[in-house]
Design a protein around this ligand. Structure first.
Ligand code: ADP
Ligand code: MG
Length: 663
């Protein structure tokens, strides 16, 4: 039979304590004196279903880890509250084997303390027992009971002593453990700080690892990109190599072509040298030809002039206008006019009435011969054809003067200007002459001639001059005929517009301007124009630098005032003066021509403004043409007859050989 002392021997402290608790208050007291109040674990109240204490502890803590496992965990786990880490019974049952780190298990889940054999306590004298159970003394056996009690007391004393010794030993053990604990805590703190150090190091390492990982990712992305670039570059290289191969082939081809071209170039150079030689020869030939051409040109001029001379320096063309629509309606006939087939003769016949009555006597016929007679159907072009050569003379340096003479309404203006200067069908002699001159001047340019042209357009009314290229209102001062200088016969009109022109277009514009200015007083137009002479002049200056030749000539185109003779008895005042002026200027024109023809010493140029102005154009070195315009109407018979007689006089004149105005 085991006593309470022996029963506690070799058992874990917890079990001993439980036994003591059941056994008596003394042990409880002793156990409760343990100086680690915080270490007492909180346990559920003991019940029937409660597992044994050891099992409960295991259940709460989980299966006890092996010593090595707990050691390894203890080194890494952070510091845990000591109360939870060391069970009181374990503290009681044995000291930790060592103060080393491995010897202290920290953390509730890993609490395992190596048990040590408890300090031996001397056994107490056992009370009298029978067969394992305490033998109950008879109530009367007081001695025996006292002796039992003494034994018991002795045993308790022993036990008390033993427990006190044990307590002392435990206290020592506890001190050691506390030291160890302190040490462990210090270590724990160190470990904790080391752990946090390591944790921060770990964090740093993790950050670095993260950076490395990012770098690795970036690098792999770069690598990917580089691989792609490499691939594309490889592709490009492949393509370029293809191109290079093609280029090399093409180069070879080009080299052969270059050789061919070089050979061709050499041949071309040789042929060029040959050509240059030929060219030189041709140039020399051209120079010769040009000289020959010039000689021929001079010959042409000479012959042309001779033809003109043979035709006469004064020529007269007769033109009979057609009947106007209104005249046809009025059944006015032109039976008195007879055109002969030679195109040079015109006959006017008139039945002379007998003195007694209406019976007709024989017709009286008046025949006239001129250089040309243009019957009514003749077109402007037909007429101009005949004077075109005369216009060429103006370019060759001869003064040329073309007049239109006739009664009002006979077709002078139509002949000279035409109803429309711009129309190629009806344009008159002035626009056609201008066109011809510019056309011929362009042709002459190829022969080395250069020309300057100046135009003016004036009107002579009542012996006074008016510039037709400016408005009447703008005309400031009087126009006067003056000499260019004392030593020359060359004349000019002061205050007159002399407009340099370079093309027919510019001249045609001037003609239109003149027409517009003339028609200002439209109601008076016919009357006014019939009483005034209009004079268009184109001054032509030619220069052939290579031949050192210069020419200067004037082409004058004159639309004369109406030649009709007004009945002086009916004219009075202004009208009389007008009539006299017209008559005198027209008759003076006749006189001048006749004086020239008969080579009189004095030519009365200055007797009228018209002849004075035309002084140089009517001289010996000029070519003159007079149109005598005839109305087809029988009622104008007498006027027609007068005009034809005047023209015949002019036609009979022969003015000496014209001289070209060359310098
Ligand atoms: P003038 O100038 O001599 O007074 P015009 O030239 O004004 O005469 O002519 C008088 C009229 O006769 C005008 O209506 C004109 O159009 C017309 N006429 C003159 N000549 C011709 C012609 N050859 N063909 C057609 N009509 C003409
Ligand atoms: Mg007229």
């Amino acid at each position: 039979m085991e006593g309470p002392g022996s029963a506690s021997q070799g058992l874990p402290l917890t079990e001993q304590k439980l036994n003591v608790d059941q056994g008596g208050p003394a042990l409880t007291k002793a156990a409760s004196r343990l100086p680690i109040p915080g270490l007492r674990p909180k346990r559920p109240a003991t019940g029937e279903n409660e597992p044994p204490k050891q099992d409960w502890k295991r259940a709460r803590m989980g299966p006890a880890p092996t010593k090595r496992a707990s050691m390894s965990v203890a080194t890494l786990r952070p510091k845990a509250p000591l109360a939870a880490s060391v069970h009181r019974s374990q503290l009681v049952s044995g000291r930790c084997r060592s103060s080393s780190r491995a010897g202290v298990a920290i953390g509730a889940a890993t609490t395992t303390v190596m048990t040590r054999r408890p300090v031996p306590v001397p056994a107490a004298p056992k009370p009298a027992t029978t067969g394992g159970e305490e033998k109950k003394r008879a109530p009367w056996d007081l001695k025996g009971q006292v002796s039992d009690l003494r034994i018991k007391v002795g045993a308790y004393k022993e036990k008390t002593q033993r427990l006190a010794g044990e307590n002392e030993a435990l206290k020592q053990q506890l001190d050691g453990l506390e030291k160890e604990l302190k040490h462990a805590m210090t270590e724990n703190r160190e470990l904790g700080s080391r752990a946090s150090l390591l944790a921060s190091e770990l964090q740093v390492c993790q950050n670095q690892a993260e950076e490395r990982r990012q770098e690795a990712l970036e690098l792999s992305a770069q690598k990917q990109q580089l691989e792609e670039t490499l691939q594309s570059k490889t592709r490009v290289i492949g393509e370029l190599e293809g191109v290079k191969r093609e280029m090399v082939e093409a180069n070879g081809d080009l080299a052969t072509r270059l050789q061919t071209r070089e050979a061709e170039l050499r041949l071309a150079e040789e042929s060029l040298a040959q050509r240059s030689q030929d060219n030189e020869m041709l140039r020399a030939q051209v120079a010769k030809q040009e000289q020959k051409l010039h000689e021929l040109e001079m010959e042409r001029r000479y012959l042309h002039n001779m033809v003109q001379e043979l035709k006469g320096n004064i020529r007269v063309f007769c033109r009979v206008r057609p009947l106007l629509a209104c005249e046809k309606e009025a059944q006015k006939g032109m039976g008195h006019l007879h055109f002969l087939p030679d195109n040079k003769s015109l006959a006017l016949s008139k039945a002379e009435e007998s003195h007694t009555g209406r019976e007709r006597k024989d017709d009286i016929t008046y025949e006239f011969n001129f250089d040309r007679v243009f019957p009514p159907p003749s077109s402007q072009e037909d007429v101009f054809e005949e004077i075109a050569l005369l216009v060429q003379s103006a370019l060759d340096g001869y003064h040329v003067c073309i007049f239109a003479y006739g009664q009002t309404g006979s077709g002078k203006t139509y002949t000279m200007e035409g109803p429309d200067e711009m129309s190629p069908d009806t344009a008159g002699m002035i626009p056609r002459a201008v066109q011809q001159i510019f056309k011929a001047s362009r042709e002459m340019e190829t022969k080395g001639w250069k020309y300057n042209f100046t135009a003016n357009f004036l009107e002579i009314y009542n012996e006074s001059l008016r510039d037709l290229l400016v408005l009447r209102s703008e005309q400031s001062s009087e126009l006067e005929i003056k000499r260019v200088s004392q030593n020359t016969e060359e004349l000019y009109v002061s205050n007159l517009s002399y407009i340099p022109v370079t093309s027919e277009k510019e001249v045609l514009k001037l003609l239109q301007t003149a027409k517009a200015h003339r028609s200002v007083a439209k109601t008076m137009l016919n009357e006014h124009s019939s009483r005034s002479h209009s004079l268009f002049q184109l001054r032509i200056e030619g220069r052939n630098a290579s031949q050192d030749l210069q020419t200067a000539s004037v082409l004058s185109l004159v639309d004369l005032a109406g030649s009709e003779r007004l009945d002086k008895s009916l004219s009075k005042g202004e009208r009389l003066r007008e009539t006299q002026a017209i008559n005198s200027s027209l008759s003076n024109l006749g006189l001048v021509i006749m004086a020239l023809s008969s080579k009189e010493a004095h030519v009365p140029y200055r007797n009228s403004k018209l002849t004075y102005l035309l002084q140089n154009s009517l001289g010996g070195n000029s070519k003159m043409l007079m149109f005598v315009n005839i109305s087809p109407l029988e009622e104008n018979f007498s006027e027609s007859l007068n005009a034809l007689r005047f023209a015949r006089k002019v036609n009979e004149c022969v003015i000496g050989t014209a001289q070209t105005n060359r310098k």
